[in-house]
Structures are given as C-alpha cells and as structure tokens.
Design a protein around this ligand. Structure first.
Ligand code: FES
Length: 107
C-alpha cells in the first residue's frame, strides 16, 4: 500500500491508501473522493480525472503517452505544466506519499 495525498481546491488534504498497481483515479473513486469524476472509467477518454501533480513528484512519473496528452487538451480547468490524468498514474512504492491537487472543476 502507498499513500496518496489529495489536496482539494480549498486546501483540504485527504490521504488515501492505494494498492500497488491501482491508479490514483481508482483509489479516489473507491473512497468516494469529491473532485474526481472519471466518466470514462479510466480509458483516458474523458479528462474528468484531471489532477495537478506536486512539482516534487512530477518527474517521478513516466511521461504521458500520446492519448493522455491529447485528452489533457480537453480539461475543464486550466491545464498546467504538471497536469496529468489520474487514471494514468499507476501507484507503486516509488510513489508512496505522492501529492495530487484537484482542479476547481472537472466538467
Ligand atoms: S477516467 Fe477518463 S480520462 Fe481518466
């Protein structure tokens, strides 16, 4: 298990424990976390699982694939340099403690 710290737009932190191999999105959905919608269920087809990865963690993630980059053009909230789709962030021990901020809106 690895910890994910989700920061809401108002600054509240929710820490969830993720099973290694699960996505950050799936972990958030299983816990009923507000702020992740995940309309497409994790297929990188909706951009409603958008998160801002804390800068200290951004380089620890594999680079986004073409389909993720394409969907990041469609986020409801502004896209930033560390924007990612949380369904494409697979958690493992190296990401234990990752900090993900939620955007103002997903739709
Ligand atoms: S859940 Fe749809 S793009 Fe991530």
């Amino acid at each position: 298990m690895s910890a994910i710290h989700f920061i809401s737009p108002t600054g509240e932190t929710t820490t969830l424990q993720a099973k290694d191999g699960d996505s950050a999105m799936a972990t958030a959905m299983a816990a009923g976390l507000n702020g992740i919608v995940a309309e497409c269920g994790g297929s990188a087809m909706c951009a409603t699982c958008h998160v801002y990865v804390d800068e200290a963690w951004a380089d620890k993630l594999p680079a986004p694939l073409a389909n993720e980059l394409e969907m990041l053009e469609c986020t409801a909230s502004e896209r930033r340099a560390t924007s990612r789709l949380s369904c494409q962030i697979k958690i493992d021990a190296a990401l234990d403690g990752i900090v993900l901020s939620l955007p103002e809106t997903q739709q």
